[in-house]
Design a protein around this ligand. Sequence first.
Ligand SMILES: Nc1ncnc2c1ncn2[C@@H]1O[C@H](COP(=O)(O)OP(=O)(O)OP(=O)(O)O)[C@@H](O)[C@H]1O
Ligand SMILES: [Mg+2]
Length: 437
Amino acid sequence: MTIRQLMSVAATVHSGQPRLAYRNQPADTWTMVTVDPVSVHYGDGGQLMRTDYDVGLDLMRALLFDTPYFDPRDSLDVEAGDDLLRARTVDVYQLPVEIADDGHLLDVKELLQLVSATSGQPMRAERAVRELDAAPTDFDANIPTPVAGVAADTAHVQVATGFDEVPMGGGRTYRPRTLFGMPDVQFLQRLRRMSGHARLSGPPGAGKTSAVLAAFGDDVLSVQGHPDLTVAALCGQYLPVPSEHGTQWQWVDGPLTRAMREGKVLLFDEINRAPKDVDDVLLPTVDQRRQLVLSDRPDLPPITAAPGFMVVATLNDLDTGIRPLSAALRRRLNIHVRVDTDYGIAAERGIDGRLLRVAQNLRTSGVDFGRQHNCDPSWYPQMADLEGAATMLEFGAQASFTALTASTDDRGRLREAAQVFASVFGEQVRPVAELGV
Ligand SMILES: Nc1ncnc2c1ncn2[C@@H]1O[C@H](COP(=O)(O)OP(=O)(O)OP(=O)(O)O)[C@@H](O)[C@H]1O
Ligand SMILES: [Mg+2]
C-alpha cells in the first residue's frame, strides 16, 4: 500500500551528487538519502544509501556535511555540522511523493534527479527542519495555487518562468509554467511514471490542452467530450468497412481502449460535457485495477492498461452545458490543477503591452470580485483571447477589443472591459462591435 502526497523535502548537492532529506511520518525519524559514493566508484551507476536520524537538526547537519557519513555520536562531526548550519542554507522543495507503509519514500532516484536538475526554495537549516516537520498535504486537498499566474493581485506583469520552450510541432512552442516547483510538463511526465492521473480545470483558452500536448507529444490520444459522446465511441465498436465482398463490419478500438493497449496518454478534453456513463466506464481504468471490460466484446478478456497509460481530463469550469464530475472519478483523477494564463509568458510571446495592461487590470478586478463575493473570479482574458486580440490589432482598437472579449457575454463585464480598454488605448470602444447600426 502506498499513499501519494505532497511533502516538503530538503536537498543539497555535493560534488555533483544530490542528497535528499525528509521526515518519515509514521516512524517519526528523519532520513537522508543519497547515492553511495563507494558504489559509484565501482561503476554500477550507484546504489542508494539511506541513513535515519532521531533528531531533525542532525538531519540538517548530515545534509550539509562534506561527506555523506555524518555521525551524530561523534562530537567533532557535530561541531563541524554546527558550523555549516550557521553558514549555509538548504533547498526546500514541495514534491509529489509516494510514501510506503514504513514511511519511506518510493521513487527516490527520480526525486534525486529532480532536485539536481531544478532549484528549490533556499532556507536556513532551522527553518527547513520546521518545514519538514509539517504534515504532508493530501494531493486531493486544495494544493496551494499550483500554476504560475493564478489570480495575481499585483498590478505589474509577471515575469515568465524561464523554463526552456518545448516544441509542439507546426513551428509552435510551449513555455512551461511552474507546477509544484518544477516545469508543468515535467510534473505531468513524472506523474505518468508514477501511474497517476490528473484533471486540469480552468477557463477556456488558458492553455490546458497545450500543456498536455507539450508534455507528451505523439504519445497523446485525444477525445473531445460532448453530450452525444457514447461509451461505444470511447471504448470501441463495429464499424462498416468496404471490402471486396461488399461492406463488412469490423471492430475498431476507441481512443480509451487504444490508449490502454498502447500505454498512451488519453487527453479527455472537456470531460464534463460528456454524459455521466462515460465517468463510470473510466473508473476501473484509472484505479489500481487499470482494467476495462469491453461489454460489446464478450469474446475478449478484460484489457489491462500497458505501462504509460494515463488519463488527463480537462474541464472548463466557467461555461455552459457542463456537469459536475462524479466524486468517484474526482478521487481517481486526484491531481487537480487549476490552470490560468501566465501573462509573463504572454508578454514574452510578443503580445502587445497595452493588451497585457488591459488584461492584468481586468484580472485584478475579477479576482477582487471573487474574493468579495466568495465566488469564482469574474471573467478576464486568457492566452487564447490575447492571441486573438493581438491578431486583430491591425484592424484597429474595436476589432481587437471584440476578439479580446469574445469568450464572455457578461454585459456588465463587457462594459467594464470597454472602459479599461479605452483608458489604456486612448480610444473609445463599444462592448459589442456594430454593423449597419
Ligand atoms: N504556456 C504557454 N506557452 C505557449 N502557448 C500557450 C501557453 N499557454 C497557452 N498557450 C496558447 O494559448 C492558446 C490556448 O491554449 P489551449 O487551447 O491549450 O487552451 P485550453 O485551456 O485547452 O482552452 P479550451 O478550454 O478552449 O480548450 C493556444 O494558442 C496555446 O498555444
Ligand atoms: Mg482545450
